[in-house]
Structures are given as C-alpha cells and as structure tokens.
Write a protein that binds this ligand. Structure first.
Ligand code: 9G3
Length: 566
C-alpha cells in the first residue's frame, strides 16, 4: 500500500482522555478512532491487525476441531426470558424494540442462541460431540468503559460452544481448547498465564482465565513463587490455619470510641493490633442481608461470599440499608446482639481471635474482650477472605505473590445450565432422552489487539510482532524529490510485493523526520530506508523491536528481511 493513497491519520499530540499507552498509541498511530464512549472504529491499520489476530484464532480453532458459523447480534428477548437472564441482568444488557414493539437484546454473549440452534438440529448422540464457534461483535453497556479497546461497550469476541454426551467428552474438548488458547496467545507473542478462575454467574465448575501480564490489568493474579499455581485472586482459596492464643479470656466490655470508624482508627485508639479486631461488613446477598466477619488485617472476598450462598447478586449494603437494618453506621457494625433477620458468617481466621475488638452496633461504641462462640455465634465459618501476598500457595508449594493481568480468554465447563434451561436434549444409544453437557470458550479479539499493543509498545510508539503486524515492511524513500532514490524505492516496492511481502510504502512528499517518527509510531517490524547510498544499491534495514540497524545491498534485501521476520 502506498501511504500517499492510504488513510493513516497519525497524531502528534497525546489525546487527553487516553490514560494507558496502548490507547494513546492506537489513536496517535491512526489505528482506531472513538465514535462514542467505549465504541471504536478500526481504521485500515487497525483492521489489518484485527484480521491477522482473527486468522491465528481461526487456524487454532479449526485445528482443535471447532466449526465456524456466524450468529446474529440481534437476539429475540424470548431466548433470554427462557433462560431467565432477561430478568437477572441489569443495564449492562443492551435492549431495544423493533418496529412492532417486540423486545430484542444486542448480544453480549450467545449461550441461549447457540443452545437453541443445536437443540433444534441435533437429536441423537451420534451427532455429538460438536463444537461451534464464531467471531462476532458483542454489546455490553459497561458502567465505566476505559482504556480504549480494553473495556469497550461494543467489541469483537471469538465465542465457542461445545455439546457433549458425557463429562469425559467435555473434559477432552476443554483440554483441546485450553491448548488452542495457549497456541494462540503464544503465536501473538504474549506473556500470558492460565489462571484458575471463578465460574461466577456462568455456572459449571472448572474454569480458567487466560491473563496477559500487565501493570494496567484490571485483574489480580495470585501465583506461587515455587510452582505453576496461578489463580484469579477472587478465586484463590486460603489454606492458612490459625493458632488460638492461650491467653486467659477477659470479660466483654463496651467502651466509648468517639469518632473511631475504621479498623486502623479503632485499633490505634484502643492500643491493639488489627489482627485483634473483627471487621464486620453488611452484604446484600440476593434478597437477604448477611453480616460477613473477617479479621481486621484481611479483606472480605465478595466472590467467595457469593459462592458460599450460590447467589447471583452480592453487593455491599449501602449506608442507608446498613442504618435501616443494623440501626447504626457502617463504622460501628459488629456480630454481638445481631437480630435473626441478618445471617452472620465469618472467615476461619475470626474463630481464633481471643479478647478481640468489634463494633457494638451503637454509634461511637465498640466491645473489647470479645471472644467468638462465647459472646456471639455465627451461622458458618468459611474461607471468605482474599488471599494475600505471603500466604501459603493453595497447592502447598511456596508462597503467594501478586501480578496484574488483562483477561484475554476465558474457558468454562458449563455443564447443563443452559441445555436444561433451553431443553436441549438428545436420544442416547438406548433411545433415552438425555440433556446435553456444554462447555463455552471466549477470547476478547479486539481486547487482544490492545493487549499486544500494551505489552510491546516502547517510548517511540507501537511495536507489532511479525505474526500480527499490519505489514511486514515499512519502505521509506527519504527524499521523494531525488529521482534516483525514488526510482530505487519504486522498484523495490514492486519487487518486495512480488516476493510475497506486505509493504507499506511511505512515498509522501514529507520531511524525513516526519516519516521516521510516523514509522516508529506505527510499529511495522522491519523498516527499509532508501537514502543517500541508493546510487550504490545500498539501503538501510532497521528492526523496530530491537533498534538493530544494518546497511544491505538490494541483492540481499529479500533474504535479509525474511531472516529478520523469523
Ligand atoms: C450478559 C451481560 C454481560 C455478560 C454476560 C451476560 C459476561 C455473560 C459471561 C460470559 C461467559 C462466556 C461465551 C464465551 C465465553 C464467555 N458478561 N458473561 O454471560 F447478559 Cl450484559 O459471557 N460466554
């Protein structure tokens, strides 16, 4: 492609509201433009990268035995009403009415649609297992779209769904998909980890997230420093056991703690350590209230609370709800004297507290000399806290460290959650009707483009790995007015193309400085510069990622480029 006839609107200045480098650079290098909050246009260079990423995904999906189809984005509300999700999802599910006032959803995912499709077409075990996938636009009305393509409201996903007659068959496909994902992310040059994840609302038990390590990642990964254990922090179980000190029990006593609200304030006011304090948090779990107790130096894990109650919605109670339910402010909550209306559960660490401190459920008062089981009882002790750095790794090997990650893939063993809801059954070899067992597997394709940009960008601009770069070679003629240089550049633009290389040719009548700056910004892996030594048939070759530069005779140019692209 000749740049003088292309559409690559690069920008000098850094866009104000772009906070992370991939977002800034994809805008500045003319790869994307925002058309609304969380809604983007892929300009020609961005579209070429997207196609390269999709090609890798297709290759690996097809190799894993998945079959591509394409479903509509427009989904009849009836599907979502049948699965119940029309009612359980809130404003995130984008809804609209057609001209006949019929309800539709703009698909955020396609479990219902694919399950109904397979239900209606597959009636016998002979047609299973079956794995279908699509690469398609998705809509999720995020409350806070951010970081450009990393969290958009319209984005491209590869979503695959598998249908089985047995758990073993599902396990086999899950393993194939897991390997396909590893191949995809490795071929994109990414530094990723597969982490044990929480299945959340999607149901099923096994589930893994594929995380690209990045400081701007929204997810925290808990990984072991002595094994390959890695889990999403929401999921990572805590195996710590707690010794109960043998100090003599003191009497329970209510003390005045004016204005002391946080654990730190109360602990320092009462001259105790946070480990002696009981932190009480009121959660709304579906339609009931639960008081969750954790030790003062720990954090309550809402996902573990949700899984304990198998709930679909878990949120911290608002200050108003807290006042109404507990008759006091959040800073004075405690487990002593809590009414029947509130279920009290506690993390295991709380049970080992002796002569502790907790809120008195009275403004400005706390209890000291608090002893669990003597002064209050709980419905259940469970693992309800977030794992912390330094905790023992759940696999018993080494200790936990934290890293931040961008979730680019997620694979689930769904079980029969959707096949039951949509009545997807088949006749088994004995002619008996059985419910299909399912798996589902997602990759954030447009998010992947941003994650690659984020991982490889440097201070001069984007840096694309060869496998996903918009072009193989950026050919630059330094001085378009110099006939000799321009002719040599024109000649090798043709020859490189004939050799099967994809070439972006900067033939614009711009100053060399502008061309080099744009070339660094765009990040094509190999730059060929036709300059002063054109008359000797010598050009300069530069590797974008390493900065390595060499003078090459045009006779060796194609071989040199091919070698460098490996
Ligand atoms: C919704 C809305 C947002 C959602 C979902 C449904 C996430 C929803 C989870 C999944 C699970 C898998 C198939 C590909 C891999 C991921 N956000 N999820 O189900 F209605 Cl508004 O999408 N789906």
């Amino acid at each position: 492609m000749r740049q003088s006839q292309s559409f690559i609107p690069t920008l000098r200045e850094v866009p104000a509201d772009a906070e992370v480098k991939s977002h800034q650079l994809l805008l500045r290098a003319g790869f994307i433009r925002q058309s609304a909050s969380g809604v983007y246009t892929f300009l020609p260079l961005g579209q070429r990268v997207l196609q390269k990423v999709e090609a890798i995904i297709r290759e690996e999906m097809n190799r894993a035995g998945a079959i591509e189809l394409l479903m509509p984005a427009l989904q009849p509300a009836e599907l979502w009403q049948q699965s119940g999700r029309w009612y359980s999802y809130g404003p995130e599910l984008m809804r609209l009415k057609d001209r006949h006032e019929r309800d539709f959803a703009l698909g955020p995912t396609h479990e219902e649609m694919i399950t109904v499709l397979v239900r209606d077409e597959v009636k016998t075990y002979k047609r299973l297992p079956l794995t279908l996938y699509q690469i398609q636009v998705k809509f999720r009305d995020e409350k806070r779209p951010r970081f450009g393509l990393l969290r958009g409201r319209e984005f491209i996903m590869k979503d695959a769904y598998s249908f089985h007659t047995s758990q073993e068959s599902l396990d086999e496909t899950y393993k194939k998909m897991y390997e396909a994902y590893s191949n995809i992310f490795r071929r994109c040059g990414l530094n990723f980890r597969a982490v044990i994840a929480d299945s959340g609302a999607i149901g099923g038990k096994d589930t893994h997230e594929f995380m690209v390590l990045s400081d701007i990642g929204e997810d925290t990964i808990a990984y072991s420093d002595a094994s390959d254990y890695a889990a999403n922090i929401e999921m990572a179980p805590v195996i710590t056991t707690y010794e109960k000190s043998d100090e003599p029990l003191r009497d329970l006593e209510k003390v005045h703690t004016p204005g002391q609200k946080t654990i730190e304030q109360v602990a320092s006011y009462l001259q105790v350590t946070p480990e002696k304090c009981i932190k009480s948090l009121l959660f709304k779990v579906d339609d009931r209230y639960v008081l969750v107790l954790v030790r003062g130096d720990h954090e309550a894990n809402d996902v573990k609370v949700k899984n304990l109650f198998d709930a679909s919605i878990v949120e911290l109670a608002t200050p108003e709800e807290t006042k109404q339910v507990m008759n006091c402010e959040i800073g004075s909550l405690g487990p002593i004297g809590v009414g029947e209306a509130v279920t009290v559960v506690a993390d295991h660490a709380v049970k080992a507290i002796v002569n502790g401190v907790c809120g008195a459920n009275e403004e400005g008062y706390h209890y000291i000399g608090v002893n669990p089981e003597r002064d209050f009882t709980v419905a259940q002790y469970a693992d309800l806290r977030f794992i912390q750095e330094g905790d023992p790794s759940p696999d018993g090997k080494g200790t936990i460290r934290f890293a931040r990650g961008i979730e680019v893939g997620h694979v689930f063993k769904l079980g029969t959650k959707y096949s039951e809801a949509m009545n997807a059954v088949y006749l088994d070899e004995n002619g008996r009707s059985q419910t299909m067992i399912m798996g589902c597997y997602g990759i954030g394709v447009s998010r992947l483009v941003a994650a690659i940009a984020e991982q490889f960008a440097d201070e001069n601009g984007l840096v694309w790995p060869a496998a996903v770069a918009p072009f193989d070679v950026h050919l630059i003629s330094v001085n378009a007015k110099n006939d000799e240089q321009r002719q040599l550049a024109d000649e090798w633009y043709e020859k490189l193309g004939q050799a099967g290389l994809e070439v972006l040719y900067d033939d614009r009548p711009e100053r060399a400085g502008v061309k080099f700056a744009d070339s660094d910004l765009i990040g094509i892996p190999i730059r060929v510069t036709v300059g002063k030594r054109a008359s000797e048939g010598i050009v300069e070759v530069k590797v974008r990622q390493t900065g390595e530069t060499m003078e090459v005779s045009v006779n060796e140019l194609i071989d040199t480029i091919r070698r460098l692209l490996q």
